[in-house]
Design a protein around this ligand. Structure first.
Ligand SMILES: Cc1cc2nc3c(=O)[nH]c(=O)nc-3n(C[C@H](O)[C@H](O)[C@H](O)COP(=O)(O)OP(=O)(O)OC[C@H]3O[C@@H](n4cnc5c(N)ncnc54)[C@H](O)[C@@H]3O)c2cc1C
Length: 381
């Protein structure tokens, strides 16, 4: 990059999620021709790659294997890294307020801050329940729970709330880990308020997942709600009470609440964006991944779409720098779903066709780890 002048355009990237990681790597490979100032703000120095999280839970690989260190990516792309979180915006004055109290003035802001998990809204005085996100917090609670179950300090039982694909994957990974880590039998329950598991998915995939859950000995309770976590137990709408070590909340992704408090136009808490990933109300703010609502063609919150938005962000940063019109995002409507089944087996589904087995697990592992190796740069501090 050439010398920067006071007029150099400043692009602030909030969040180091899938989309920004891809964009930073591509910018490092092909920097903008016109100099610009890039700043990345993220609460952690690394982003944990959720696609390979079930493998950490199951004990197939350590947490370090799924981390994407952000500072080397920033250094390679010529971006300044700020460890902090954006907590508010003055979108008209183009100011981002950080948790530390610092303000950052930008010309263009790109949001890739992911999502949280829908809150359970139940009494939980002893904090038995933990959301799957932030992943780092979840993993620390999961480690503690395993130790407590091993030592007998907590009952060998885990309840997972939410039978979507992520909840099922997490549940089967937990089941696998408890089978290998504990000497005594453990109880694993998957609970969902709707009447079927993985309701938004093709029946062929649902059938395979139902079989996998049955084979793993998971107790699936549909049409059931968690009503409280009290006195060391999960209390259910059926009246059942399950003494547990941990309740894992996988009840679906929920946007970060502060986004709705900005002046940006949102749809159910996600920033409405046009085909170029620009806010429909404030085009100098861009959004991608789980935090965005793609108006041309609404997308489910999935890592694949965030990853595919990365090249569009990189290209648009280059185009913005050289004053060219922005390019559009054209995501595919369907994609290959790969769901791991606890042990070293997985199911693949596309257009209603499913394939299950260890080869599919190896394919998923190879896709996940190619992404990780492409984005885990080793230089920089
Ligand atoms: C267990 C599990 C398994 C999954 N498996 C798959 C899968 O196999 N395939 C798939 O397509 N999807 C999968 N998903 C969904 C996938 O995780 C999300 O869709 C994906 O992470 C979204 O990527 P993103 O770029 O929007 O945000 P993320 O990759 O989640 O990153 C968001 C980043 O923003 C940072 N951040 C948060 N708040 C702020 C803030 N205020 N200021 C600055 N930075 C902030 C975070 O620290 C984080 O680094 C899975 C989800 C889970 C829970």
């Amino acid at each position: 990059m050439g010398a920067l002048s006071a007029q150099t355009r400043h692009i602030l990237l909030a969040g180091g999620g899938h989309a920004h990681a891809v964009a930073l790597r591509l910018l490092s490979e092909r920097p903008p021709k016109t100099p610009l100032r890039l700043t990345v703000v993220a609460p952690d120095t690394q982003n944990l790659y959720s696609g390979a999280l079930p493998g950490v839970i199951a004990g197939h690989w350590p947490v370090d294997a799924i981390s994407v260190p952000l500072q080397p990516l920033c250094k390679a792309a010529g971006a300044r890294f700020v460890q902090d979180a954006v907590i508010a915006l003055d979108e008209d004055k183009r100011i981002a307020r950080l948790a530390s109290g610092e303000d950052i003035v930008f010309d263009t802001l790109s949001l890739d801050i992911g999502s949280g998990i829908r809150q359970l809204g139940i009494p939980d005085p002893d904090e038995i329940a933990v959301p799957i996100r932030p992943i780092k917090t979840f993993l620390s609670r999961w480690q503690d729970a395993i130790q407590q179950m091993e030592s007998g300090a907590a009952p060998p039982a885990v309840v997972i709330i939410g039978a979507g694909l992520a909840g099922i994957e997490v549940c089967l990974a937990i089941r696998h880990r408890l089978q290998t880590a504990l000497t005594k039998p453990a109880r694993v329950c998957l609970i969902d308020a709707s009447d079927e598991i993985a309701a938004a998915n093709h029946p062929a995939l649902r059938r395979t997942l139902a079989t996998a859950l049955t084979r793993a000995g998971v107790q699936v309770l549909t049409g059931t709600r968690l009503t409280a976590c009290e006195n060391g137990a999960a209390e259910l709408s059926s009246g059942d009470r399950i003494p547990v070590a941990l309740v894992v909340n996988c009840a679906g992704s929920a946007p970060h609440p502060w986004v709705s408090e900005t002046g940006l136009k949102t749809e159910r808490g996600r920033v409405e964006v046009d085909a170029c990933l620009r806010s429909t109300s404030h085009p100098h703010v861009w959004a991608a991944g789980d935090t965005s609502y793609f108006t041309p063609h609404p997308l489910e919150p999935a890592g694949v779409f965030a990853v595919r938005a990365g090249p569009v962000i990189a290209k648009n940063i280059r185009r913005l720098a050289s004053g060219e019109p922005l390019t559009e995002f054209h995501p595919q409507s369907d994609y290959l779903k790969l769901v791991s089944l606890g042990g070293k087996r997985a199911v693949a589904e596309k257009y209603g066709l499913t394939v299950t087995g260890s080869l599919v697990w190896r394919l998923k592992k190879s896709i996940d780890f190619s992404f990780l190796s492409a984005h885990r740069l080793t230089t920089g501090d």
